[in-house]
Design a protein around this ligand. Structure first.
Ligand code: FAD
Length: 422
């Protein structure tokens, strides 16, 4: 727990808080929205709460370049971009994260031709351990830029993020249950033939819930689901009813397999079109724990085949579905998709139910194909294991040692995954 929480209102206060902490030999961490499943953001001495450091500071409607303060949540960002006639190219499932928190852990959505949120970053402004403020981009301090977009808060405090946005667009959404075997047979076509393809697989049921979101030409009018249908299908079925089913499964574990199968059978079909951010983002009120790994896209089939065979044999049953997404290779040193077209496999368990054996099994399967863990989700890897999975790992560590020699921004999670400093 942080002993001091500082809430800077401008860049001077932000840099001042970093310098003061350094002067007193105390560590400092910036806080996002606290939506990571790991202790990546844990602050032990000084926590920087950026809740007063929000909003867009510059927007160029011709180039789409938009600069935003680090503490801005994606929800606020999407609303402000919408008002400007702009949008993010791709987003994850929820919008509660801050922009700095989201990019720092490599938050991503889905789409074989698209990268995670950090790939939409054109520039960063950072406060370094010595209190200096630097800007980086592909042309300015390119190494800091290559490392700094997914940096777990280890290189400095991000003060602003400049994003490459695009004109607002509408997505056509198609969601339906399909036999898992058919989804897997057509996996290549599904990923290549849709802008944003993903699916959920219930481990004891025959069906997957597929989601295909495709970009529509400029000027297409939205046709959202009626408010009543949104309430019934998303709020009642996917949140309240699913939450009640999960609670029942937690109380009576021997029912979990049939409840999970039933959940896979009652999935409904729907299609609608809406502003991109309203399609990407869903409301999630059922609490869960999660681990997610990126694997080479070509290895997805074999990983899923292993999970299908071995998950039903686990002693403790699994209540939540597995989520599968894809992303294009990128050039960010600690990005889970660094230099490889990736498939993301996310395993979840309802809060309060046993998950260790399940997550251990999952980690052992993805280890066989060089899986890379999401930095904000549960995993057990340390620096020695991660070095093997990231070609630029040592370059990242060298840059961190140069920028933060005494470990001002360190915490126990970073000690484990990057190594100790100082
Ligand atoms: C319900 C739910 C759904 C999710 N959906 C997705 C998804 O679809 N895709 C996906 O990839 N992930 C997803 N995640 C994971 C989530 O996106 C990441 O864990 C993300 O980092 C959380 O952002 P945050 O603002 O809460 O950051 P925090 O968890 O608060 O912090 C994350 C890291 O960012 C650092 N940080 C924050 N601000 C700064 C700053 N200004 N400068 C430097 N470092 C900073 C923190 O120190 C910490 O190391 C989900 C999580 C939950 C709980």
């Amino acid at each position: 727990m942080a002993t001091d929480v500082v809430r800077p209102r401008d860049l001077e206060e932000l840099a001042g808080a970093v310098t003061r902490a350094a002067g007193h030999g105390r560590s400092v961490r910036a806080r996002g929205s606290g939506h990571s499943f790991t202790a990546v953001g844990a602050a032990h001495d000084v926590a920087l709460d950026l809740g007063d450091w929000t909003g867009i500071t510059a927007a160029d409607l011709d180039t789409g370049l938009v600069t935003v303060r680090a503490g801005t949540t994606l929800r606020t960002l999407n609303a402000e971009l919408d008002r400007l006639g702009l949008a993010m190219t791709n987003l994850g499932d929820i919008d509660a994260q801050t922009i700095a928190g989201a990019i720092s852990t490599g938050t991503h959505g889905t789409g074989a031709r698209f990268g995670g949120i950090a790939t939409q970053v054109a520039g960063l402004e950072l406060v370094l351990a010595d209190g200096s403020v630097v800007a980086c981009s592909a042309d300015e301090l390119p190494e800091v830029f290559a490392a700094g977009r997914v940096a777990l808060g280890a290189l400095g405090v991000i003060s602003t993020v400049t994003l490459r946005t695009e004109p607002s667009f509408v997505l056509a959404a198609e969601e339906r249950p399909e036999p898992l075997d058919e989804v897997l047979e057509a996996l290549g076509e599904n990923c290549a033939g849709n802008d944003h393809f993903e699916f959920y697989w219930f481990p004891y049921g025959p069906n997957a819930l597929t989601k295909r979101n495709n970009r529509l030409p400029a000027g297409t009018e939205p046709e959202p689901l009626s408010r009543a249908r949104q309430f019934v299908e998303y709020e009642l079925m996917e949140n309240r009813l699913f939450g009640a089913v999960c609670r029942l499964g937690r109380r009576v574990p021997k029912l979990v397999r049939s409840l999970n199968k039933m959940s896979s059978n009652v999935l409904s079909e729907r299609s609608y079109r809406d502003a991109s951010h309203r399609v990407f983002v869903t409301n999630r009120s059922v609490r869960f724990v999660e681990s997610e790994y990126a694997v080479p896209r070509a290895a997805l089939g074999e990983v899923l085949a292993e999970l299908r065979t071995r998950v039903p044999r686990l002693a403790d049953p699994v209540m939540f579905p597995v989520e599968i997404r894809v992303a294009a290779a990128d050039d960010i040193w600690l990005s889970t998709a660094y230099q490889r077209d990736s498939a993301y496999i996310a395993v979840h368990q309802f809060t309060g139910m046993p998950y260790r054996e399940y997550f251990d099994l999952f980690e052992s399967i993805v280890a066989e194909v060089g899986g890379r863990p999401h930095w904000g989700k549960m995993h057990t890897l340390d620096a020695a294991a991660l070095r093997e999975r990231y070609p630029r790992f040592d370059d990242f560590v060298a840059l961190r040692t140069k920028l933060d020699p005494t470990g001002l921004f360190a915490n126990p999670y970073l000690d484990r995954v990057l190594g100790r400093l100082g």
